[in-house]
Design a binder for this molecule. Structure first.
Ligand code: PMV
Length: 367
């Protein structure tokens, strides 16, 4: 839908410059798991956009000296060359030249880095792909002034981010964002995410999402492979129906502030995601013993204290601990005393619902 063969540079001009974008990760409450075509979701999903877990990407460009076809790229991650990431990036950029044909005319330098230790076992594709998509849209707008309308800019950035990593399309918007066609969110689309912040009850606007690192080891099965395994999963069809029904219920409680129902759905979704992994063929388990210990501790603590504290999981072993700001003074000591000792090297990230990506003026050092 964003193909545009006319976005070609007059090579007599010699543009050069750079953009610096910081873009956060997100945590889905109703999860996207299963896809078709070019990164289209089998069911709608909705997520909190985080604040402290982010990627910062600097994209510098100049006219290619040799005007041959193909992507010309220098890439560093945390200041170091990374061949595996670079290969992935070249492949991705090469796959979107129908959207940004000028990419074949430029030499690009991308310097990227995450706010969290990249070995922390936290998926960074949402933050990195959204930061890249935003940088590419800034570049298009700089060269052609075609994305002056902010709504269009965000829509295109979300569309491009989706092509890089499905869930990344939701990171373009602060607060909450939904992706995938659903009758309960007007304007929702399989092509890009839409903001769900306007109708959001105040209690969720600064909700906490502490990330507890149960294991920093690399996942044994990638999300890409996990999505693919859904195609042969016996539970796939009922799962997609369930996700649609949960979306309906969740949207209601996101509007009315019923945190208990919110928490019940969040936990069920997390466990459903992992149940789908366990029931795939071949089956696999990404939770670690300490993930389960933490889940048990959270549920016991909730039963004893009646505090609204819930958990979620991404496609990995790490716990996302969810609670409203109003109980932070009670809940924090519990997290620090009982959950953090179960983390690998006591590693955890204090995070909360954030305002979304930010374009930085200054180009930082050491990325
Ligand atoms: O965006 P991907 O392809 O890495 O898939 C991630 C899917 C989950 O994080 C498990 C769920 C979600 O909706 O974010």
């Amino acid at each position: 839908m964003f193909d545009n063969p006319s976005l070609l540079l007059d090579t007599a001009a010699t543009p050069e410059g750079q953009f610096n974008w910081k873009s956060p990760s997100n945590l889905a409450i109703v999860k996207y798991w299963g896809k078709y075509g070019v990164q289209y979701p089998r069911n709608p999903s909705i997520s909190f956009t985080l604040e402290n877990a982010f990627t910062q990407t600097i994209l510098a460009y100049e006219l290619k000296t040799d005007q041959g076809e193909g992507i010309s790229l220098d890439f560093t991650f945390h200041g170091e060359e990374n061949e595996a990431f670079k290969t992935k990036m070249v492949k991705f950029l090469g796959s979107i030249t129908n959207i940004f044909p000028f990419l074949n005319q430029l030499h690009l330098t991308i310097k990227s880095g995450n706010s969290f230790p990249h070995s922390a076992g936290i998926a960074s594709s949402a933050s990195s792909m959204s930061a890249l998509a935003l940088s590419l849209c800034s570049l298009e707008d700089e060269l052609f002034q075609t994305l002056q309308d902010d709504v269009l800019f965000d829509k295109k950035a979300s569309y491009v981010a989706r092509l890089g990593s499905g869930s990344a399309c939701r990171s373009i918007y602060g607060g909450m964002a939904a992706w995938g066609k659903t009758e309960v969110i007007s304007g929702s689309s399989n092509d890009y995410a839409v903001s769900f912040s306007e109708e959001l009850h105040d209690i969720y606007k600064n909700f906490h999402d502490d990330i507890l690192i149960a294991s920093k080891s690399e996942k044994s099965v990638s999300s890409r492979a996990g999505h693919a395994l859904m195609e042969g999963n016996d539970y796939a069809t009922p799962r997609y129906q369930q996700a649609n029904a949960r979306m309906k219920k969740l949207v209601e409680v996101l509007k009315n502030g019923d945190v208990e129902t919110f928490g019940t759905i969040a936990e069920n979704e997390a466990l459903t995601l992992h149940a789908l992994m366990m029931t795939s063929d071949p089956s696999y388990i990404l939770m670690r013993p300490n993930s389960l210990k933490m889940i048990e501790l959270i549920r016991n603590y909730r039963a004893e204290t009646k505090h609204p504290i819930y958990f979620s999981l991404d496609a990995g072993p790490n716990l996302h601990v969810l609670y409203p700001e109003s109980v932070i003074h009670e809940v924090r000591p519990f997290i620090e005393e009982q959950l953090v000792p179960l983390c690998e090297e006591d590693l955890w990230i204090s995070d909360w619902v954030g305002e979304g990506p930010e374009q930085l003026e200054e180009v930082g050092e050491g990325q």
